[in-house]
Design a protein around this ligand. Structure first.
Ligand code: GLY
Ligand code: MN
Ligand code: MN
Length: 455
């Protein structure tokens, strides 16, 4: 099943199109994108359609485009060539695909140039497609280039829909969350018999693959959690190591989950690991308890930072008052990233649009050390899905930097910190849905308490 299972796909997409038409009048063309060659043309990276296309087309169709205008849907796609069918098997005809997604008309791709007058679009990430978009529309349509004019207005309209998940999206997000929880449980269970990080990764990803899901991003399964996006899995597991696993499933329709747990290779945290783990968990729990409509996400980031700073003061690692330390960005020595981000079709939802989705209009990213990686700065609204993911890391590039050590000389007790050398990286991350009166942790079936993780 590679389609939504709760309603007819055509109904779900029709509803999304109508909501777009209420707020955006011009015709829209969204391209799906193409496969990218891996090492030669016939050996490609797995194809995954652009998220904006997926939102309105529902299916990950290759080299296709849709036109949305006044609630109507036109599909542009070619029937597969005989050689495609020879190697990849029969696929649906374009007429059958059009019927499945509720398209009002369907044309081959060669007809697309005749339908481009006055259209708005969003750049697709692969170069072959954004080059085609640029050529056909005779204006720059480039992923890194700030959007302008009608394209910018379209992006804002799509953001306003995708920020708040509809019931069909939520059903998919719950599926991704459930499989991700099962993957993490499998990872924990296999650790006793695992020899390397790769063994644990294999156990986790196999749960997702067996559900015909894929990874929403490159899995992080590492004994070096201080490498924030570590994508190597060669280390052997040693007693005393922590495993940080940040692994999330993506459903066949493209909806993501994003979860991190940290556990001990031996099954039992050392006392120093447990001390820090409990601080990160206190920050995680404090933030989730404050997820309500109207709450500023940036305030959750500061709450996490303050909770971590306070915990480190209590352990004697930091000197001073937690609020003052956060004011001076001291927390960022150990918690250098933001407390989380939007989650949806993309693991960092709509980050292809820069900060347009993550930041409330009129706000821009700070260049403060403790705020520069904050990916979300909006008041929360019911139906938004966000991650809450505080962490503690000992990053050599930060902590061994002589300028940093001088600047924070008085704030850190470096001798005391040295006693926590067996804590390289801890993160606890869950997917939290904003509800009318609080929140629901979609990944809440996965334990977070140290004793439960040890079980
Ligand atoms: N898995 C990437 C992140 O947590 O943002
Ligand atoms: Mn995340
Ligand atoms: Mn993550």
């Amino acid at each position: 099943m590679n389609s939504y299972s709760n309603h007819s796909l055509a109904d779900i997409l029709g509803d999304r199109r109508r909501r777009l038409a209420e707020i955006f009048a011009a015709p829209v063309i969204l391209w799906s994108g193409r496969r990218s060659p891996r090492n030669f043309a016939a050996n490609t990276f797995p194809f995954r359609a652009s998220s904006h296309f997926l939102y309105f087309a529902g299916l990950s169709l290759e080299n296709a485009a849709i036109c949305l205008e006044a609630g109507q849907l036109t599909l542009f796609i070619d029937d597969p060539s005989p050689s495609y069918t020879l190697w990849h098997g029969e696929t649906l005809s374009k007429e059958d695909i059009a019927q499945n997604i509720g398209a009002d008309a369907v044309f081959p791709m060669a007809e697309l140039p005749a339908h481009l007058a006055g259209v708005a679009t969003i750049p697709v990430q692969d170069a072959a497609t954004w080059t085609e978009q640029t050529q056909l529309l005779d204006r720059w349509v480039l992923p890194e280039r700030p959007l302008e004019g009608i394209d910018l207005e379209l992006a804002k309209a799509i953001i306003s829909l995708r920020l708040v998940h509809d019931a069909s999206a939520l059903a998919e997000l719950r599926k991704a969350a459930a499989v991700t929880v099962a993957a993490h449980k499998a990872g924990m269970a296999t650790t006793m018999n695992a020899k390397t990080e790769a063994d644990i990764r294999a156990a986790m990803e196999s749960v997702m693959i067996a559900e015909n899901m894929s990874c929403a991003y490159a899995s992080i399964v590492t004994t070096h959690g201080e490498v924030l996006h570590n994508d190597r899995y060669y280390n052997t597991l040693k007693p005393g190591d922590l495993i940080l696993a940040d692994v999330g499933a993506e459903t066949a329709t493209g909806w993501a989950s994003d979860v991190t747990r940290t556990w001990a290779v031996t099954g039992k945290f050392s006392s120093t690991q447990r001390d820090i783990y409990d601080i990160v968990l206190a920050a995680h729990d404090a933030c989730i308890a404050k997820v309500y409509p109207g709450v500023e996400y940036r305030d959750l980031h500061f709450l996490a930072a303050t909770t971590i700073a306070e915990g480190l003061v209590n352990l004697g690692i930091l000197h001073g008052n937690a609020e003052d330390l956060v004011e001076k960005d001291v927390h960022a020595l150990f918690f250098p990233h933001g407390v989380g981000h939007l989650l949806g079709l993309d693991v960092h939802d709509m980050e292809d649009l820069g900060d347009l989705a993550g930041y409330e209009p009129g706000r821009t990213r700070s260049d403060r050390f403790g705020l520069g990686y904050l990916r979300l700065d909006r008041p929360l609204r019911p139906g938004m899905l966000v991650t809450i993911e505080p962490g503690f890391y000992q990053v050599p590039a930060i902590l061994n930097n002589s300028e940093v050590r001088t600047a924070y000389r008085d704030a850190v007790n470096w001798e005391r910190l040295a006693q926590f050398a067996d804590v390289r990286g801890i993160r606890i991350e869950d997917d939290v849905l904003v509800m009318d009166t609080g929140s629901e942790v979609l990944t809440g079936d996965l334990p977070t308490k140290a004793e439960d993780i040890e079980q």
